[in-house]
Design a binder for this molecule. Sequence first.
Ligand SMILES: Nc1ncnc2c1ncn2[C@@H]1O[C@H](COP(=O)(O)OP(=O)(O)OP(=O)(O)O)[C@@H](O)[C@H]1O
Ligand SMILES: [Mg+2]
Length: 261
Amino acid sequence: MSVETNKQPADGTHSGPAPLIRLEQVTKRFGDNTVLDHLDFSVDAGRHVTLIGPSGSGKTTILRLLMTLAKPDEGTITVDGEQLFPASEKQIREVRKKIGMVFQQFNLFPNMSVLRNVTEAPVTVLGLSKDEAEARARELLDLVGLADKCDAKPSQLSGGQQQRVAIARALAMRPQVLLLDEVTSALDPELVAGVLDVLRDIARSTDITMLCVTHEMNFARDISDQVLMFDSGRVIESGPPEKIFGDADHERTREFLSAVL
Ligand SMILES: Nc1ncnc2c1ncn2[C@@H]1O[C@H](COP(=O)(O)OP(=O)(O)OP(=O)(O)O)[C@@H](O)[C@H]1O
Ligand SMILES: [Mg+2]
């Protein structure tokens, strides 16, 4: 299995004990609504961390901040030692290359073939040759079980297949981190398992760091090293899945889990 990442060589500035993702005292408000309230958490390289918590609690907002699609009002966010806010356009571009994101809505390019969806950014952003990008794309499409769909258009695929293309597309950039935001929640129930199996396989067989938001608690239990229970703008509890799902300390966590399990 050869999903590789664009890791920086250990050059003294990017190595060391610093976590790959770190949020410190991050506050994000929309008007009077304080969505993230002095939030602290970090994710070490190679770990699989799942964020759970009620709807509207700010989970997507966290991922959007990491993608630099939104700005915090206070606090600092670093990815691989680089601070995101403030950062120059160039720094932002560099950080974005380290992060792949898959959303609930897959947002494939509708007029491009499946193969081209996966090769486009590696060619235009990373400067790969067409041949290199295609070889990489074919390998990844094989990984997600779609080797025979290279020439199809997204509209000819099921939702689950489109989501698997979106996963291959994110991996084609060889990100260090994969952010996953409820990637199965727009899918018909019978298509969910295939997508989760692909993600389990990636979690098991690669060293990519994963930060997942999911309502699929069995999936969270399977793939996570750590589960963060998030409510009212803060992480209220975190721990290995067996602790959070089996013996949570907080009443709020137990209440949430009993409602969703
Ligand atoms: N662009 C925006 N403008 C104003 N309010 C926003 C914006 N984006 C998010 N919010 C508000 O921030 C809060 C957190 O939203 P967010 O999408 O992060 O929640 P979530 O935890 O991902 O919820 P869900 O589980 O339903 O996806 C919500 O109250 C939402 O209405
Ligand atoms: Mg969300």
